[in-house]
Ligand binder design. Structure first.
Ligand code: NAD
Ligand code: TYD
Length: 386
């Protein structure tokens, strides 16, 4: 399925354009980070990485529960954007797609991404995160081998991964660096770790120019409200309980999604094949602090709400099994080598995020349909108050 519509003369033009400029191909571009990346790719104004953005973009997504084509509605009809509805585990499809589209780079976002879902049902995580990454890598290897010398040299396979592969830190441990040993603790992080190892092996064994990025917890517009920040915002607005796992003192580093996308564009242009780059926001917060901050912003933005003060909705519930205590990222390598640094503070990023969800009640209503309600019942139904 190719999005964009248009007449056959439009299509010829599109084809001619695509021929002149090799596209970048991204997977999982209808999800949270992917759709922010795609939208920003076509937005002007931010300078870093802008040299790359004359390239067309092909977005391959299976549209699982987490993929939302509505995120990308405003791109429909653009000659330099193409949506392909496909599963990365479908090998013949991936091989054909690469030969047809002839991308100069692949950015691999597609994954099953929610830790709690990986605890309830790890199969899909092994399938997409491990096997899907393998299929994509192997198809990329064959395609890359068919390129001319110059194109082979400049080709990139960027694998978007997580800090969760490094496991859990104690309160005084130094932040994760790129050489921290892998110690994944959830089926999600274990499958991401497996995919990272495969990506690494394709560089060392076959010379495929791969780069791995490991980032901290993203937040911002368009995040599916199963993850901490959008779940708390949408629950608080509706006057529903705010379920905090355990004692609420687990710590995450928070990275505003726009900062992450900028880092990825810079890695695409300036990153060295075979390397790993950590991406973090220098914003370590306990979950309790995060939820309290959301409540305070809502108290201010919704002075007439009958749920004020929103913190009265906070509830401590049964902990997540294997719950990592703390993640922290040392992003010095990316900052020094590539010149990136997060622009958003947690205060500014969180305020923008809360405002976005308040301004997009229709988007929220659309995504919290039947399947979502079932998930909430399944994950939270049996978590009594701690
Ligand atoms: P998401 O769950 O919001 O989106 C995932 C997207 O991948 C969806 O559009 C989904 O339809 C698509 N997808 C899933 N399986 C697929 C398949 N088999 N074939 C094709 N498409 C498929 O995830 P996200 O939060 O945007 O995360 C993107 C990437 O970043 C993931 O690899 C994730 O592991 C990584 N990451 C995310 C965070 C975070 O805080 N969100 C932090 C660190 C790393
Ligand atoms: P989450 O957004 O699921 O990201 P991750 O597990 O990948 O870090 O969770 C962030 C933190 O918030 C994590 O410590 C678990 C906690 N959490 C809650 O306390 N309550 C919730 O309802 C959710 C979804 C998460």
């Amino acid at each position: 399925m190719h999005g964009g519509g248009g007449t056959s003369s439009d299509h010829k033009e599109k084809f001619a354009f695509m021929k002149q400029q090799p596209p970048i191909l991204i997977t999982g571009g209808a999800g949270f980070i992917g759709s922010n990346f795609v939208l920003e790719w076509f937005d002007s104004g931010r300078s870093a990485g802008s040299e790359a953005r004359s390239n067309p973009l092909v977005n391959v997504d299976k549209l699982t529960y987490a993929g939302n084509p509505r995120n990308l509605e405003r791109l429909s009809g653009r000659p330099d954007y193409r949506f392909v509805h496909a599963d990365i585990c479908d090998r013949p499809r991936m091989e054909r797609l690469l030969q047809e589209e002839r991308p100069r780079a692949i950015l691999h976002f597609a994954a099953e991404s929610h830790v709690d879902r990986s605890i309830m049902g790890p199969d899909a995580f092994v399938e997409t995160n491990v096997r899907g990454t393998f299929v994509l890598l192997d198809a990329a290897r064959a395609y890359w081998a068919s390129l001319g010398d110059e194109e082979r040299k400049s080709f990139r396979f960027i694998h978007v991964s997580t800090d969760e592969v490094y496991g859990s830190l104690g309160p005084d441990d130094p932040a994760f660096t790129e050489t921290t040993a892998y110690a994944p603790n959830s089926p999600y992080s274990a499958t991401k770790a497996g995919s990272d190892h495969l990506v690494r092996s394709y560089f060392h064994t076959y010379g495929l120019p791969t780069i791995i990025t490991n980032c901290s917890n993203n937040y911002g517009p368009l995040q599916f409200p199963e993850k901490l920040i959008p779940l708390m915002i949408t629950h608080a607005v509706a006057g529903k309980p705010l379920p905090i796992y355990g004692d609420g003192l687990n710590v995450r580093d928070w990275l505003y999604v726009t900062d992450h996308c900028e880092a990825l564009r810079m890695v695409l242009e300036r990153g060295r094949p075979g390397e790993t780059y950590n991406i973090g926001g220098r914003n370590e917060r306990s979950n309790r602090e995060v939820v309290e901050a959301i409540c305070e912003i809502l108290d201010e933005l919704r002075p007439g709400s009958s749920y004020r003060p929103h913190r009265q909705l906070m509830q401590f519930v049964k902990d997540r099994p294997g719950h990592d205590r703390r993640y922290a990222i040392n992003a010095a390598k990316l900052e020094q080598e590539i010149g990136w640094r997060a622009r958003e503070t947690f205060a500014t990023g969180l305020r923008k995020t809360v405002q976005w969800y308040l301004d997009h009640a229709g988007w929220v209503e659309d995504v919290v349909t039947g399947g979502y309600q079932q998930w909430i019942q399944q994950n939270y139904g049996e978590r009594s108050r701690a």
